[in-house]
Design a protein around this ligand. Structure first.
Ligand code: KIV
Ligand code: ZN
Length: 386
């Protein structure tokens, strides 16, 4: 059975760049955009053109060089934003305008000092205006996570009537539980008139650490696009991590959902984004963290050396990591020591290993981690090698 394609909408260069203290110049953004295109993302959100001349320039430059992906620019539901975005996107092979407005009661009351009917009209007008420039228009209902489903369905219907091709349902504040976000998508799939003319998109923030789980629940319940960033970077606790949702779908083939991503490029692009933005990736970060394929306790090391699958659900090569790491610490056993010793050229017999291991434990108690140079010294100073 052929699988349902999930579009990957990368917003590293827009929502991702909203990380406090981070700023990329146009040249850096172009390098990242090229790599995202090579990675196989379907959409690159290149920036928010009206927000600054620098952002306009970046969206324009990215529009010129991207070969395969759709290039998208963000706007508010404001005519001038939309006009400026259309101008910045004019060189794109496949341009998309991403326009929208807040739909939760708190956004309507406090941000817009408006009412529900006026917001529906503004949503309709923004999409219709964007449609006068480009065919592909995505509408976002900001804070959809805290918008009641009945009203949200009416806003979506207005956007579809005006010509929206994608309906973005952001959990802007990272509030929803996975079951709640999934139920929201199901409700919209079943209740929005004209839904067959558009696709639903997940856009989740990670304030409660649920962004990946929520996005996966969204696509299980009918959404066909996930908005995400490399390393999950973004405002506050960040956005859905691209590498996580892509690998969840790959590792669970029975879900019948897949993406166009070349997963072997995930580690490389993670490093590029981290270095360019100067944002350190936590060692235990899923998929791309330094410890994601590192084994340190004796029991795990023994298992992995016998067969990688005992403690690894992903082949590191599938995400661009050369091999699993067997980290030598005071908690390591003989199997790990023999394995690392062999890697640096020593085939130890059982008797030799017993002796070297005693020396190793002495060393390891004084050091956090034993490196290859230490291994030479440990072996050469053991009784069996005297
Ligand atoms: O989180 C959000 O609601 C957004 C929208 C502007 C799409 O980033
Ligand atoms: Zn966002």
């Amino acid at each position: 059975m052929s699988k349902n394609k999930i579009q990957i909408f990368d917003t590293t260069l827009r929502d991702g760049e909203q990380v406090p203290g981070c700023k990329l110049n146009t040249e850096q953004k172009v390098v990242i955009a090229k790599q995202l295109d090579g990675l196989g993302v379907d959409v690159i959100e290149a920036g928010f053109p009206v927000s600054s001349p620098g952002d306009f320039k970046s969206v324009e430059a990215i529009s010129k060089i991207v070969k395969n992906a759709t290039v998208c620019g963000l706007t508010r539901a404001v005519e001038n934003d939309i006009k400026v975005a259309a101008e910045a996107l004019k060189y794109a092979k496949k341009p998309r305008i991403h326009t929208g407005i807040g739909t939760s009661d708190s956004h309507i009351k406090f941000k817009f000092k408006s009412d529900r009917e006026t917001i529906i009209q503004r949503a309709f007008d923004a999409v219709a205006y964007a449609k006068s420039f480009v065919e592909d228009v995505e509408f976002y209902a900001e804070d959809a996570g805290r918008t009641d489903n009945e009203y949200l369905a009416r806003v979506c219907e207005a956007a579809i009537k005006a010509g929206a091709t994608v309906l973005n349902i952001p959990d802007t504040t990272g509030y929803c539980l996975p079951s709640e976000y999934g139920a929201k998508m199901k409700y919209l799939m079943e209740n929005v008139k004209g839904i067959e003319k558009a696709i639903l998109s997940c856009h989740c923030h990670n304030d409660l650490g649920l962004a990946t789980a929520n996005s996966i629940e969204g696509v299980i319940n009918g959404a066909r696009q996930i908005e995400c960033t490399i390393n999950g970077i973004g405002e506050r606790a960040g956005n859905t991590a691209l590498e996580e949702v892509v690998m969840v779908l790959k590792q669970h083939p029975y879900l019948n959902l897949d993406t166009n991503i070349d997963t072997t490029r995930l580690y490389g692009i993670s490093q590029l984004v981290s270095d360019s933005m100067g944002i350190y990736t936590q060692p235990n970060k899923a998929i791309v963290g330094a410890n994601a394929f590192a084994h340190s306790s004796g029991i795990h090391q023994d298992g992995v050396i016998k067969n990688r699958e005992t403690y690894e659900i992903i082949d590191p090569k599938d995400v661009g990591v050369t091999e699993s790491a067997i980290v030598l610490t005071a908690r390591s056993g003989r199997a790990a020591l023999a394995y690392r010793a062999k890697n640096v050229g020593y085939e130890l017999t059982k008797l030799q290993l017993d002796d070297v291991y005693a020396n190793f434990l002495d060393f390891a108690d004084k050091k956090k981690e034993i490196n290859d140079t230490d291994i030479y010294q440990i072996i050469e100073t053991s009784n069996v090698y005297q």
